[in-house]
Design a protein around this ligand. Structure first.
Ligand SMILES: [Zn+2]
Length: 470
């Protein structure tokens, strides 16, 4: 589709109005609107909606402060203020809960990091907190230039102090605006139900302190209903152990690639167990991650939906091999992800086969994986598959024979003994049915399955929370 550039208004001057006389509380209470009319690139983002709002989300008990400073598009302002948790004061309880689980301490050779202050079982959410700051995923350069000013005006003194104490991976000599650089060093992804045009970025006082590992023992979650982010354990974490999560999207690439990315983006050398192996073992680990990556990538590529896979599905030996590779690399979250993808694939394939038996089996196995790491949202998706199978079994296709026999006459009972009925829940009948489908009908069914699968997995991948590059 061509785009008529001449129709775009000429770039206008930035008008970021920050009135120095407006007190901090008033500034945030009003959800101050600033105008950023920079329309020189209609492709980068929502040029037509160039007004920006800065407001506080959540009020604490004395109404003098808000938990989170939000920099967002002006049209999101009311959505935020109408959010169900907006008036809830959560900080005190949450802070207490979090302080029972972790502490911010000096980690040898890494600077500050998080350390568990109690034994944390696997699959437990052990850090929950409101962000200090959220801002839009695509930063308008003018907002960037005025970032310090916005923080100064929009954040409470306590939060501001906590914010400026966070790690800054760029040196002051780099000339980068400090507050912006802190945001880039510490931001995690957040998602707002009312604005899915791009992910939000969220900076946390505690969660953002977790250092990186290519074999992380925790993962980051964002909860829109609670307007909180936090950490969930992927394996049991012992008291005194460092809490880590993954910053990189290159978990399936060789150590050299991961290390190069982390050095460039976050300015540190990764010394995690997976990056400091002996030469021989590193080679094997790299090969395993790359091979696993190819399987993982199938989720996002047409190959996952190719004719052969839709016809045959993924067999157990293939699936077990995948899971074993994840185990060897300590990739706990990815192990569950893969199992879920196989179950979802099989559930969709049932559109073609008419048989949910395999889907149910894989869904039950996926539920086990999910339970281990407390990944509730995926758990529900898997439960749905199991329920679907139950409904299919409970329907008229597979009646309770004993119950029916009570009401049968002699002739019907004789018929029952003489052979299987033509019920479509019988797998043999399904095969028969498929044989009877014309080439065209089959092709149509395959196409439909492909489309549904692609859509589902895109939603899945889109919902994934990873640290983003910016
Ligand atoms: Zn590493």
């Amino acid at each position: 589709m061509s785009f008529d550039r001449s129709a775009i208004p000429a770039p206008t001057r930035l008008e970021l109005e920050i009135d120095d006389d407006v007190a901090h509380a008033a500034f945030r209470q009003q959800g101050l609107r600033t105008v950023v009319a920079n329309m020189d690139d209609p492709f980068t983002r929502r040029a037509a909606q160039s007004e920006v709002a800065v407001l506080g989300y959540g009020r604490n008990a004395d109404f003098t402060d808000w938990d989170t400073m939000c920099i967002t598009y002006a049209e999101n302002r009311l959505h935020l203020m109408n959010h169900i948790g907006f008036d809830k004061y959560m900080s005190a309880e949450l802070t207490k809960f979090v302080s029972m689980s972790v502490e911010v301490v000096e980690i040898p050779r890494k600077g500050l990091g998080l350390r568990a202050t109690r034994d944390i079982p696997r699959g437990q959410t052990f850090v929950v907190e409101r962000p200090l700051l959220t801002c839009m995923g695509t930063m308008d350069p003018y907002i960037g230039l005025n970032f310090d000013k916005l923080i100064q005006k929009g954040m409470s003194p306590e939060h501001r102090e906590a914010y400026y104490k966070l790690h800054n991976c760029k040196s002051k000599a780099s000339g980068m605006i400090e507050s912006l650089s802190i945001m880039r060093s510490n931001a995690l992804a957040a998602e707002w139900a009312f604005d899915k045009s791009e992910p939000q970025r969220a900076v946390f006082e505690i969660t953002s302190r977790a250092n990186h590992s290519c074999v992380p023992n925790a993962t980051y979650d964002w909860s829109f209903p609670h307007f909180t982010g936090g950490l969930r354990s992927l394996v049991p974490i012992k008291k005194g152990e460092e809490v880590t999560l993954s910053y990189t999207g290159k978990m399936f690439e060789p150590a050299s690639e991961r290390r190069a990315e982390l050095l460039e983006q976050y300015a540190f050398e990764c010394t995690c167990p997976s990056c400091t192996l002996s030469q021989d073992r590193q080679k094997k680990s790299d090969a395993r991650r790359v091979a696993l990556g190819k399987r993982y990538a199938l989720h996002r590529e047409d190959k996952f939906f190719d004719q052969m896979r839709i016809e045959l599905g993924y067999d157990d030996s293939y699936i077990v091999e995948t899971l074993n590779m994840c185990d060897a690399e300590g990739l706990v979250e990815q192990r569950a992800d893969m199992m879920v993808a196989y179950a979802q694939f099989e559930a969709m394939r049932a559109n073609l086969t008419g048989d949910l038996t395999r889907a149910e089996e894989l869904a039950k196995r996926a539920i086990k994986e999910i339970k281990k790491i407390g990944f509730r949202s995926l758990w529900e998706a898997m439960d749905e598959i199991v329920e679907k199978k139950k409904t299919a079994d409970g329907g008229p296709k597979k009646p309770n024979l004993l119950e029916m026999m009570k009401h049968m006459n002699l002739e019907q009972l004789e018929q029952l003994q003489s052979g299987p009925s033509s019920s479509t829940s019988n797998p043999r009948s399904v095969l028969q049915l498929r044989k009877n489908m014309s080439q065209k009908q089959r092709q149509k069914a395959v196409e439909k399955t492909k489309l549904i699968l692609q859509h589902m997995l895109m939603v899945e991948v889109g919902a994934k929370v990873v640290r983003r590059d910016f």
